[in-house]
Design a protein around this ligand. Sequence first.
Ligand code: ASP
Ligand code: MG
Length: 588
Amino acid sequence: MALLVQKFGGTSLGSIERIKAVAQRIKSSKEKGDDLVVVVSAMGHQTDELTRLASEITVDPPHREMDMLLSTGEQVSISLLTMALNELGTPAISLTGTQAGIITESAHGRARILEIRTERIKNLLDQGQTIVIAGFQGTTLGIGGIAEITTLGRGGSDTSAVALAASLEAAKCEIYTDVPGVLTTDPRIVKNAKLMKSISCDEMLELASLGAAVLHPRAVEIARNFGVTLVVKSSWDNLDGTTLTSNKKPDFSQGGIEHRSPVDGLELLENQAVVALSNIPDRPGIAAELFESLSEGGVNVDLIIQATHQIDSNDITFTVAENELHNALTQCKKLVNTIGGDISFQKDLTKLSIYGAGIMGRPGIASSLFQILSDSGINIRLIATSEVKVSCVIDAELGKKALRNVSEVFKLTDKQITVNPTIENNNEPEVRGIALDKDQIQISVKNVPDKPGTASTICSTLAEKNISLDTIVQSERKHKDKTKDISFTLKKNDRSDAKYALKELIGNWKGSNLEEGESIVRISAVGSGMPFTKGTAGKIFRALANQKINIEMIATSEIRTTCIISEKYGEKALNEIHSCFKLGKNES
Ligand code: ASP
Ligand code: MG
């Protein structure tokens, strides 16, 4: 007999008929002999509806009152579902977040779960009850003595379910939803997109624009940190769905179930070298040639960065482990001999990365990382960002100092810090899934001063307006006047606010100007096997070159390669890359 946590979303509970059908499904699970804790969302679009009611009264409702209001949605569904279960002869009892012992921080509307006091749940399970718990809500009872209802933020009932599964050490957490699971890519664009049998939590987080619609990233992060086996599947059939995996061992000694800081971990990777190719031709096929020849030379590249075209020439910068530098340079020289361009390199570098689902959509995080480094007098040689990670390459001698200061500001414990992590090769695929993000524009700030604090100033200027930068790329090339270029993508919606704020800022920097690139899309290939496979980037670039698609920007993290390309090629490129890794139905 195992303990299962099952979560049902709003659509699955959209009507009385559906609630009865869910009760039937729970009854049959229960009859298999498992213990069940069920977590539910509000019925249908109830949370939106309640929000609308509030907006008819005020444009700025107090956060506390919003939590009082919104938490009622889940209270309706727990009681109705419990009645339906009892009608079927399945003994069940409903609990609100407070009654279930879900203790959160006090931030109304976006509270993080600190702990779950599971005694009551365990007692009820011992009595053979099926327990139906309101998702999305908790209480501050445990922290200040005053019981206030809190909510976790939209989509938060996934988070409740996984946090319960972690605290109860459940065998599995099943998320029942209205899609069959996680697909290898967007099925509206790629006809043979395939359901994934499994995906690691890290990959899921990096595929945010593909996965976040299916599962809340905060839930994925808890599953990752506590090694919860998480399954996403359809509530309409009995198929297996997608299993999310994490090989971490649960560890409750770290403090809260969710960290109080949005940053989940800090990593330092030493003995890195940067190789920069500049003034190489800007045409399809160059990046492919370069990374194919590196892979032939046995070189495994880590970060790759390409940005800011200078009319028709280009710079590509990448990092390798120091002991691969010699081979990398040999391959680069061969290439530059035929296509032209300059090579430079630097050793004695360290890569510092912060990561965590909390970084997503919080512009202040990257900007405070840059700020800490600049306050510590540390110049950032290279920046690479992904959905859940920001990496900076800095001088090795400053690595330890950076580590100390960054972990202090983000309040990280020793357990959250890793120096030179060894990651295991579990023969995971080099590419598991591919996301296409059409919601981005590309902006370059040209000729910015090359000194500590520049990137941080740009980011914090935008963060103040609540604008997130994605795919920040700081070019390696210095102009004659010792200035640099920084490029990034941001959400289309933020275009005019961002431009306005940036124009004001660069007014302070003589000679600096703003350039918006043509309409672009962002394609990201993600796979845990990527760090162990030589040539993944080369394959992606070759797939694009074969279609004569030029790459505007490249940015990578360990398990992800992102290309920014012209919008008009987006769907074609997605299909090409998807099939080049044989991800589709009937392909593997
Ligand atoms: N009912 C809440 C919402 O709609 C929580 C959830 O569904 O996960 O955001
Ligand atoms: Mg939901």
